[in-house]
Design a protein. Structure first.
Length: 389
């Protein structure tokens, strides 16, 4: 027998756990009912399927059903999202689930960011409000399109845009379509789904890929021509609309305008989406740094510095992808104006570990991380002054 090499070179392989992966925010659930199914198709309640095209959706659902209409708008976007999921909702009045209850079941079964319900849910305002609250609490985006004439009446405040803006939900937006537009093409009632699909363009790991929903061209979404009073009413009520833009005979057929949420903070749709994605990436980075060490991350300056570095890597990438932007800020300690070169400032430092209390050390808590992040946002309008001599 030869002399074992293990007696000379002893080697152990230590595998690093996979940890958490970043969430995919280009995902959505459509909520269907048994009445939506095509003839002969079976689809069990409280289960879901993934679909890669409108053609696949039509294999299971009737052509005029809400799932088909929503999928029509979702897959019409360019670039087209790779798939959408449909969850079968037991909506029996006596024994079934409310919209919020089925939403909770669905996101427990599989994580999806956007939640699309049939417009029939609009018949019960309390269901809509409950869904909006659920979205804010659980981190999912909900939206609806209305054709309520009150929405374009500046003297009325009973429309969904007005009432939801008064509530201030962040992950919620309302769109408006004229009844005649929906009558001509039922899928126009789900233009909100195509607006959501536009965020397929945003690749958090890319360079300058962040988008705004404002002015997005959505193939197949009809641009309506409204009067001035209607435009002003929709704008004031934070209601998204899709319209033609005209200048001296030149017409841009259809653009997405006034892409605000009903947020109390005055946020646009992209503000909310970008912050949700940033939050997810930072949590993933922090968790994987701490949990994937193999041995441990010391409660030391070096260990804390590594955590700060992991978080800064995410922040720098979100400057690269266009979510964060260079801006001035007021230093909280000196009161002086400073420049955040990459759109963020990490106020914490590795030495903060030295100030931990005995209790914090016993509980193995790193010091709280204090960060300022400045959104780059997007320029939507401009005033131009020309002085002529």
């Amino acid at each position: 027998m030869s002399y074992p090499v293990d007696n000379i070179i002893s080697l152990d392989i230590l595998l690093t756990p996979a940890g958490l992966a970043a969430a995919n925010f280009n995902t959505a659930f459509i909520f269907a009912t048994q009445d939506d199914l095509a003839d002969g198709v079976t689809f069990a309640n409280d289960t879901f399927k993934d679909y890669a095209s409108l053609t696949e959706v039509l294999e299971d659902f009737a052509e005029d059903s809400a799932p088909t209409l929503i999928a029509t708008r979702w897959f019409a976007n360019l670039p087209s999202p790779p798939q959408i999921s449909v969850y079968m909702w037991d909506d029996d009045v006596s024994t079934g689930d409310s919209p919020t209850q089925v939403a909770a079941k669905a996101v427990d079964a599989a994580w999806r960011y956007w939640l699309f319900f049939p417009r029939s849910v609009l018949d019960n305002v309390s269901d809509v409000e409950s869904l909006a609250d659920f979205g804010d609490a659980e981190g999912h985006f909900v939206s609806f399109v209305i054709d309520d004439a009150n929405a374009v009446d500046p003297n009325d405040d009973t429309d969904l845009g007005s009432t939801m803006t008064a509530r201030g939900n962040r992950r919620f937006f309302v769109g408006y379509r004229e009844t005649a537009t929906i009558t001509d093409d039922d899928s126009q009632a789900y233009a909100n789904a195509q607006t959501a699909a536009a965020f397929q363009k945003f690749n958090p790991d890319g360079d300058r890929t962040a988008i705004t929903a404002e002015y997005q061209v959505l193939p197949g979404v009809v641009g309506e021509s409204l009067n001035t009073s209607s435009y002003n009413s929709l704008t004031d009520k934070n209601i998204v609309f899709w319209t033609a833009v005209e200048l001296q005979g030149s017409v841009d057929a259809s653009r997405t305008i006034n892409t605000k949420t009903t947020s109390s903070f005055g946020e646009f749709i992209d503000d909310v989406v970008n912050l949700d994605v940033l939050k997810n990436r930072m949590q993933v980075a922090g968790y994987n740094y701490i949990a994937n060490a193999g041995s441990k991350r010391g409660l030391t300056e070096r260990g804390y510095a590594g955590l700060l570095s992991a978080l800064e890597g995410v922040l720098k990438q979100f400057y690269n992808n266009g979510v964060l932007g260079r801006a001035t800020y007021t230093d909280p300690e000196t009161g002086e104006e400073q420049i955040a070169k990459y759109g963020y400032v990490i106020f914490s430092s590795p030495e903060d570990v030295l100030d931990l209390t005995a209790s914090q050390r016993t509980e193995r808590q790193y010091p709280p991380v204090q960060i300022l992040a400045i959104l780059a946002r997007a320029g939507h309008t401009v005033e131009i002054t020309v002085n002529v001599e």
